[in-house]
Design a protein around this ligand. Structure first.
Ligand code: NAD
Length: 353
């Protein structure tokens, strides 16, 4: 076995159906008293229902969360936390809501309790993003890592099935890239393989019954494992492409991940045989890129960039951006091959190495 370094996460994980009931005691455990509840306007009702059960510990509800954490919204939320005397933030929602919590923590050090309701995985990473003047900047800071994460599968039952599939694909992408990370380690490999298995296996039962709490638990368990991999090791071509496409062409986050993943895996297929063996085992299929493509297609998820809002005239620019700065990836970044990858993803045809 090759030498490695592993830094365990300091987050406390509370997992299980109805685990939101432990929020009061988790607030106390942080020596906090008054939580600012964060949510989107869409999820206000869900957040209010949780807030009602902990009413004496709620400083207020901030429901103006927006995708990609615009700096103006972050400033409003920081101001709300200060003026309401909040001594912790309770982020109930997906990556956007947890991202706003991180923006508050970045400045004030306020502890965050995250209650994720998608499978994006932000709750277990020290990665933050802030958008200023239309440009999204990301960074890493241990201060933004939620101190406590409460995974309650009951809160994910309302996630529409279409978003369930793309969000689970987003989770699978973190683990898949973690398997060929230059700074990977055996613990992350175990988590990644199991995360892919649990995430993928949850989709079939959820297609039949989106309220299946057993399958919702599996999906959330997978999200935790995959998110932990994202927070611990370096991502490669897939995440770089998705970041470029999402940021430059304003494409929806989980959908971009869903469309690009099979093609990024095909690109890296020959260069990362050990990673592909683990993904194959997790999915029970030898042709990994095709299996990922079929998993999305079978469950009605988008498979082409065209159908999620990309236009053909952006493909050259996307290829230029993808090779504009070098980053670790099992296969070197070659513009011609990447342009071909983007064309296949644009057209939605099956992946090819
Ligand atoms: P999201 O948080 O933007 O949510 C999308 C929509 O789904 C919102 O309207 C939300 O209210 C709704 N929603 C969420 N959960 C729901 C539920 N259970 N029931 C009904 N509606 C629900 O989506 P996301 O994919 O979770 O997050 C995407 C954002 O998170 C992107 O900005 C991405 O860059 C960021 N992200 C960051 C990290 C990180 O480590 N920093 C990791 C992953 C994603």
């Amino acid at each position: 076995m090759k030498a490695f370094v592993h830094q365990g996460s300091s987050s406390r994980i509370v997992f299980g159906v109805d685990s939101v009931q432990s929020i009061p005691e988790e607030i106390e455990r942080l020596a906090a008293k008054r939580a600012l509840v964060l949510c989107t306007a869409n999820q206000r009702e869900q957040a209010e229902a949780v807030a009602e059960t902990i009413s004496s510990r709620v400083a207020g509800i901030f429901d103006r969360v927006e995708m990609h954490v615009p700096i103006e919204v972050a400033r409003q939320a920081r101001q709300a936390a200060a003026s309401l005397g909040a001594d912790c933030a309770l982020a109930i929602g997906g990556g956007s809501t947890i991202g706003l919590g991180k923006a508050i923590a970045l400045e004030s050090g306020l502890p965050i309790i995250a209650v994720p309701t998608t499978y994006a995985g932000s709750e277990v990473t020290p990665i933050f993003g802030l958008t200023e003047g239309g440009v999204k900047k990301t960074g890493r800071d241990p201060k933004v890592l939620p101190r406590t994460v409460i995974y309650d599968p009951r809160l994910t039952v309302t996630l529409p099935f279409s978003m369930t599939v793309t969000s689970a694909m987003n989770a699978i992408a973190h683990a898949a890239e973690g398997l060929y990370a230059y700074d990977g380690n055996p613990v992350m490999e175990l988590m990644a393989e199991e995360g892919i298995r649990a995430s993928a296996a949850s989709l079939e039962p959820l297609a039949m019954n989106p309220a299946d709490l057993g399958a919702r638990s599996d999906a959330l368990y997978g999200a935790w494992l995959c998110g932990t991999v994202l927070g611990s090791v370096a991502m490669g071509l897939h995440h770089k492409l998705c970041h470029t496409l999402g940021g430059t062409f304003n494409l929806p986050h989980a959908e971009v991940h869903t469309v690009i993943l099979p093609h990024a895996l095909a690109y890296n297929f020959d260069a990362a045989p050990a990673a592909m063996r683990r993904i194959a085992r997790a999915l029970g299929k030898a042709d990994v890129p095709l299996a990922v493509y079929e998993l999305a297609r079978k469950h009605g998820a988008p498979t082409s960039l065209r159908e999620i809002g990309m236009t053909a005239d952006g493909l050259d620019r996307a290829a230029d951006l993808a090779v504009s700065d070098q980053y670790p990836n099992p296969r070197p970044l070659e513009r011609t091959a990447l342009r071909a990858l983007l064309q296949r993803a644009f057209d939605g045809i099956s992946p090819q190495a």
